[in-house]
Design a binder for this molecule. Sequence first.
Ligand SMILES: Nc1nc2c(c(=O)[nH]1)N[C@H]1C(S)=C(S)[C@@H](COP(=O)(O)OP(=O)(O)OC[C@H]3O[C@@H](n4cnc5c(=O)[nH]c(N)nc54)[C@H](O)[C@@H]3O)O[C@H]1N2
Ligand SMILES: Nc1nc2c(c(=O)[nH]1)N[C@H]1C(S)=C(S)[C@@H](COP(=O)(O)OP(=O)(O)OC[C@H]3O[C@@H](n4cnc5c(=O)[nH]c(N)nc54)[C@H](O)[C@@H]3O)O[C@H]1N2
Ligand code: SF4
Ligand SMILES: [Mo]
Length: 738
Amino acid sequence: MLFGRKNRKPISIPTKKVKEWKYTTCNYCSTGCSIEIGLDENKKIVTSRGHAGADVNRGKLCIKGLLEHELFESPGRGTTPLIRNKHFEKFEKTSWDNALDTTADQIKKIQDKYGRDAFAIISTGQLLTEEFYTLGKLARGCIGTNNYDGNTTLCMASAVSGYKRSFGSDGPPGCYDDFEHTHCFMAFGSNLPEQHPIIYWRLKEALEKRKFPLIVVDPRVTMLAQFADIHLPITPGTDCVLINAMMHVIINEELQDQAYIDAHTQGFEEVKALVQDYDPKSAQHVCGIDEDKIRTVARLYAKAPAAMSIWTMGINQSTHGSDGVANINNLNLITGNIGKPGGTSLSITGQCNAMGTREWSSCSGLPGYRYLENENDRKEIADYWGIDPEFFPKKRGLAETDIFPAIETGEIKGLWIVATNPMTSMPDTSRIRKALEKLDFLVVQDVYEDVEMNQYSHVYFPAAVWAEKQGCHTNTERRVNLIDNALDPYADSKPDFWIFNQMAKRFENGEKINFPDEPEQAFNEMKHLSKGTNAYGNERTLDISGISYEKIIKARGIQWPYKEAVEGEQETLKGEPRLYTDGKFQTKSGKANLLPIKFFNNNEQPCKDYPFWLNSGRVVEHFHTRTRTGKIGNCNKFSPTPYMEMNPDAAIELGIEHQSYVRLTSRRGDAVVMVQLTQRVPRNMVFIPFHFHDCVNRLTLGLLDPHSRQPAFKQGSVRIDKVDQKEAAQLNVERRAF
Ligand SMILES: Nc1nc2c(c(=O)[nH]1)N[C@H]1C(S)=C(S)[C@@H](COP(=O)(O)OP(=O)(O)OC[C@H]3O[C@@H](n4cnc5c(=O)[nH]c(N)nc54)[C@H](O)[C@@H]3O)O[C@H]1N2
Ligand SMILES: Nc1nc2c(c(=O)[nH]1)N[C@H]1C(S)=C(S)[C@@H](COP(=O)(O)OP(=O)(O)OC[C@H]3O[C@@H](n4cnc5c(=O)[nH]c(N)nc54)[C@H](O)[C@@H]3O)O[C@H]1N2
Ligand code: SF4
Ligand SMILES: [Mo]
């Protein structure tokens, strides 16, 4: 049992050699655990521990956080900038000045010849917020490309889009404390025990104090599903149908919160009319959940004094991602479950600072949840930065998933990749390789020089990592926390903040815009921009004007909104745990939008030639493309091999043995993986963690959500064939070698 607390001795961490503990926040997932790093008398890092006084994790850490301090000197780290030689065959060491000058020259050359948008930038959810804000200034204000996006399009884009459509603004309205107050908890496509172990621990603790029903919607019997009271093994990609059928029951049995609907929402009649087509009797044949269970769950949810939903990639990574989010919001709005303790629509974010990039990076708009489409927003930011508002585009450019096709068609000629590894993480990676080959210029900025993207780069910028830098993260529950640099950057690597500042000096507008040397000065600019009202005159939710680094350390993280105290007011150091508590939303009318979500089925389905659903996701020990966890002995030891979960009944039919290798083939490509037989997946599905290069994303289709442009990583189809075992084993050894 991973989390049972009875009969267990607490793990003790040796503190002998520690001279000083440095405060920081975990740099992997979005839970936002506070970590103290232990330095010895030579200022060398020897250990780390969870901060007992931090509300998020209360001293706990998962395996990744506990071992994170081993990263700093792990193999493959970039030590110095690199540049391809004249014939672009070989990397050679170079100075920062030369690497930066060459890159700036190439950007200008491409932009002069093909237009400003011919150079694209793709960033991440893993930088510090001050770095995001600075990159936004550089990309929007100096380089001036509109094709600037982040890997958050692979991750949180559907949540952002769904929140904006329902509430008029991004920003998760709930918090972990809601677990203590809820009477019904529903999780859609989210496997907390493995992907957010400490959020799961908070949920488990709340459940130990007071029992409430746990409902899990997931086609797999995940670890969370094993602990559930009711598991709904949904047909992939059909969550919207289940939710419509639940609302059908709720509305026809008059279990909705009509007073809340009348006071705080618009569009109820349209939703009511639409869900008439989703009688559980017919819906069950589409979503695979029997009609009785749909009714039971709908009644349980609507009758609970407070009910909450969480979701992660099972919803976001689908062609109905944004619709799925809007529909979860619908369910919570019609039952009056927004902005009250235990009643909420909480998107569990993914990367450590997926929130920070949404808030401040200017990727899909302008800083502080401002829109490029809004004239006032453009003017406000241009004035504050000291540039002409006409420099900004009037609407958002391409998302990451549209940037690669634009490279294919020759529209985009140059690319800057910051802290992301699309050669492993994008769907249909052979298409990505081909696109990268077409680029005139690629610059890669990463902690590791052995990152797969570097196979195609012309220039490489080695970046400092995690506690070698200073700045903030925002976690799932809007808590702003600090990473306070504990040690100097490795070798000649540099903080991303420094790299962006140096690049800005090489562009004309870089002289007009202030690029401060210290991260805290950038934080102060964001504080200033977070005050006041939005385009509709509603008070900004994203208000951080009362937060400072010093206060963050004191409070071990502060949730936004946290306004500047007015004179004489006592500071609490506690932000608002919930948004929309007054039922006032960020829309023009102040009411939330109830949106009728019609289902259309455009998933790639299993068929005669490709009879298995292909599902993909994660395991607890590894983070994404393993550039980091693949280097940490104990993470790698527990999960060393690309494998796939397969149902034993299906294996018997095909004559496939446990731990043998098989070849999977989809319409895009093939991959060889090891079989793990398990009842976690149904007979017509396989599941593959996406952490390994040249594996599942050679197979995925990744159809795009029409609103968010997020790929459907979780719905595709494959065939399974036997392979020569010796050959396959050899291939696997090669793939694991770094
Ligand atoms: N250990 C570890 N933790 C991580 C990460 C990591 O790489 N490793 N990454 C972080 C990041 S960036 C993210 S985004 C999160 C992701 O966190 P999660 O979303 O919890 O993780 P996944 O394994 O990607 O997917 C969750 C589940 O979605 C289910 N699913 C598939 N299709 C459907 C469907 O159609 N409907 C429903 N309801 N469910 C479906 C899958 O079976 C899977 O169990 O984890 C974060 N935490
Ligand atoms: N099949 C399938 N594919 C998926 C998913 C899935 O569920 N299934 N999930 C998708 C999701 S949700 C996500 S979030 C993406 C993640 O996909 P990626 O973003 O491509 O994955 P990472 O391995 O996290 O890449 C981050 C890179 O940034 C580097 N890095 C870390 N910290 C820093 C820093 O401070 N500065 C700099 N410059 N570099 C740094 C790391 O070394 C690493 O190379 O994958 C997506 N792909
Ligand atoms: S739960 Fe997430 S934030 Fe906490 S230690 Fe683990 S990886 Fe880090
Ligand atoms: Mo993610």
